[in-house]
Each structure stands twice: as C-alpha cells, then as structure tokens.
Design a protein around this ligand. Structure first.
Ligand SMILES: N[C@@H](CCC(=O)N[C@@H](CS)C(=O)NCC(=O)O)C(=O)O
Length: 392
C-alpha cells in the first residue's frame, strides 16, 4: 500500500471511529487533515479541509458562571480613609424599625444595626455619633458598598456564599441569627405554609427571601404567585391593602413591619422557619484590617456581656484586678494597636454604645414594642449560640 492509500485508509478509519462512538443526531464538523500525495517519486504535502459527517452522542454539561464586576474604591485602607474623613459611612436601612429606621420627624436613624455602626465609630473615631447613614434597599445595598460610598454595610443582610465570594465582600461575625417567616391574616385560619396553596405572597426584590420562598414552596409542593415589591414600604403596603394572602421576609423584618400595619393585631407570624438567615455586617473583600476591626468591635460587645461589663458599669470596672477585664478594656496589653486603634477601643464601644445585651435590649428587648426573646441570640452560656472569641 503506497503512502497515499495509507493516508486515505487512516481517514476512513477515523470516520468509522467517529461514527462508532456516535449514535445521536448527525452533525457536520470540519476537520483539517494533512494529506500526503506521491507524485512521480516526489513527495509533496498539501493541506485540505474536508467535510466529515459524523454522529455524536456527547452530553455537554455547561457551567455558566455569572461574572459580577466588582470595583473596589479605596478598598485598601478603609481605616485611614475613615480617620481622615472623621466620619464613618454606614450603609443602613430606613424602613425596619428596631433594626434600621429613619424617623421621619427627627430625621435620625435608630436601631440594632445602627448601634453597631455607632459602635464602630466609637472604636475608630472615639465618637459614636460620628456616623453618616446611607439608607439602602435590598437592591441598592451592595453597589454602595462595592463603590466605596459606604465603609461598612450593616443592614439585616444575610451572610451567604455568593455575597462572600462572587460579590466581593467579607462578613464580620453574625450579630443576629434569624430565619425567614410568613405573616398571614389571623382570620384566614392559616397555621402552616402547606395551607397557602394558590396564594399570592408579597416578597421583596434583591433579597435572599425571593429564592428561599421559591425553594421552600417547591420542596413542600405548594403553588403560589409572588407579588414582588422594590422596598419594604411597597411590599408591606401591598400586603396591608389585601393584595397578598401572605407576606414573607426574615422573622425580624416581619415583627418589625407588623407594627406599621394598619391593624397589627389582625396578623400572625407562622411558626415555620423557611431558611437560615445569619445577619451581620460586611466590608469590601481585600481590606483585611478593616474587616478585623469590624469583627473585633462585634466581639467586644459579646465579650462585654459575657464578662458582665456593660454601659452602666464599665467605668466602675476600670482599675479592676481581673487581667481578663484589663485586656478587654485596654488597660493592659496592646490589642488595639494591632488593629491600628487605641488600646481602649472596646472601652469606647461599651461606654458609648454598650455591650451586646445593652444593644439588644435597647432596640428589641422587653421595653420595646418588639419584645423579641433572645433565643439563638443569647450567649452559649444562656442556651444561645453566641460564643465570644477571647480578647487575648
Ligand atoms: N436578610 C435578607 C432580607 C433583607 C431585606 O432586605 N429585608 C427587607 C424586608 S424587611 C428590607 O429590609 N427592606 C428594607 C427596604 O428595602 O427599604 C437579605 O439579606 O437578603
């Protein structure tokens, strides 16, 4: 067999192999081959493009990863930016009383999340009032942090995989362990989510809530129609006006929004938890020291409660013989210095804002309209899951 025949035989074999591996829909592919042709004792090489019809049964699994453009504005040294500016910019919430609320009369922000913003300002600037809060919705909160418009986002935001990675953030310790719930009218008689077959549910866009609702209802086989609002006000108003049979968000958000309904007592929150919602502060990925600062401010509030040091007694604790307290309050050691802060940063937090229990009680405790039990948000020594990391 001469070279030409060998090459042709190889091509036929290749085609047969492709057909043998196939079995599905025929598909035309272009194959570039090199054919060696013998001409009167000489060998010349030519490149030709041949069309081969083959049958392919390949299963192609395509993974599409959505790329999110992340721009870090001044992400490198947020501490220096904040200290130069003299003001801490926090992304917050204007519409969730108890957590983040803008009083329309006084123009002041208040709430559990706002107090953590104040606590960071006390640690970093020595002044808990040196804050500027930018109100954000579910949709707007991430761009304002990515662009550097705010230094930290503290706004009932759930720590999730994609927010921590693809969106380019880092979370600080969870300040409030929550779960998604459902509110319905008390006179509907509904007591379980399974009874919501065919219902219309009010839900807010740009939140974990939308996807959780869909996942949960799929799993329990309940069909529903979502009515999606752009912010808390639109979503709550739609439910209040009767456009929806149910209103779903984090249980903290439901308790909070309930007091703003026309007749709060006409509504109940079902027991079922549809998800886990670990809520906490977040910073831009890439500024480790800044995330450490936010994290240790939160840990300071946990440790304060654990060690019995609160807003009311912190001054009397100064000068204590207890080396653990001395460390926490910065009377000995140089823990603050390792963060670029003064060593008494935790003293500033507790004396100006309070420990975790002070912050919780002031905003959500028995003397507030919410009276939320600590439950999971109690210290581990009190049956909860808050576990203070040592100041050592
Ligand atoms: N924790 C969930 C939900 C947070 C959320 O945005 N909740 C709504 C309903 S309470 C809210 O705060 N809305 C305020 C607003 O958009 O004005 C998340 O991080 O996606």
């Amino acid at each position: 067999m001469n070279k030409k025949n060998i090459v042709v035989a190889l091509l036929v074999l290749l085609a047969l192999l492709l057909v043998a591996c196939g079995g599905g829909e025929p598909e035309t592919v272009f194959v570039e081959v090199t054919r060696i042709v013998e001409v009167q004792g000489e060998t010349m090489t030519e490149t030709v493009t041949e069309t081969v019809t083959e049958t392919v049964t390949e299963t192609v699994t395509e993974t599409v990863t959505e790329q999110v453009a992340v721009e870090f504005a001044g992400g490198g040294d947020t501490l220096a930016l904040v200290q130069d500016r003299g003001v801490l910019n926090c992304g917050g919430n204007a519409n969730v009383p108890g957590f983040g609320y803008l009083d329309p009369d006084s123009g002041a922000f208040s709430g559990f999340d706002i107090d953590f913003c104040k606590a960071i300002a006390a640690a970093v600037l020595g002044d808990s009032e040196a804050i500027e809060v930018t109100p954000t919705t579910g949709q707007s909160r991430f761009p304002v942090l990515q662009s550097g418009e705010v230094d930290v986002l503290i706004r009932n935001t759930t720590w999730t995989f994609s927010r921590d990675t693809a969106l380019g953030f880092d979370f600080a310790p969870v300040t409030f362990y929550d779960g998604q719930g459902m509110m319905v009218r008390a006179d509907s008689g509904i007591t379980t989510l399974a009874e919501l077959e065919g219902a219309t549910i009010c839900v807010q866009s740009g939140t974990t809530t939308e996807k959780n609702l869909s996942d949960y209802m799929t799993n329990i086989g309940v069909n529903y129609t979502p009515l999606v609002g752009d912010d808390a006000v639109a979503t709550r108003d739609a439910y209040d006006s009767g456009a929806c049979d149910g209103f779903t968000t984090d249980k903290s958000g439901l308790v909070s929004n309930q007091i703003l309904l026309t007749d709060p007592s006409a509504h109940v929150i079902l027991d079922e938890d549809m998800s886990r919602e670990p809520l906490g502060p977040l910073t831009r990925h890439g500024d480790n020291n800044w995330n450490d600062i936010v994290s240790w401010v939160v840990q300071c509030t946990f440790n304060g409660e654990f060690l019995g040091v609160g807003k009311d007694n912190v001054d009397s604790m100064l000068g204590s013989d207890d080396p653990v307290l001395q460390n926490l309050l910065g009377e000995t050691g140089d823990l603050g210095q390792a963060l670029g802060l003064s060593n008494d940063f935790c003293y500033q937090v507790i004396s100006q804002v309070g420990n975790y229990a002070d912050i919780y009680n002031a905003n959500l405790g028995p003397d507030t309209p919410f009276n939320l039990a600590r439950a999971r948000n109690a210290l581990y020594t009190d049956g909860g899951i808050l576990y203070p990391i040592p100041f050592k």
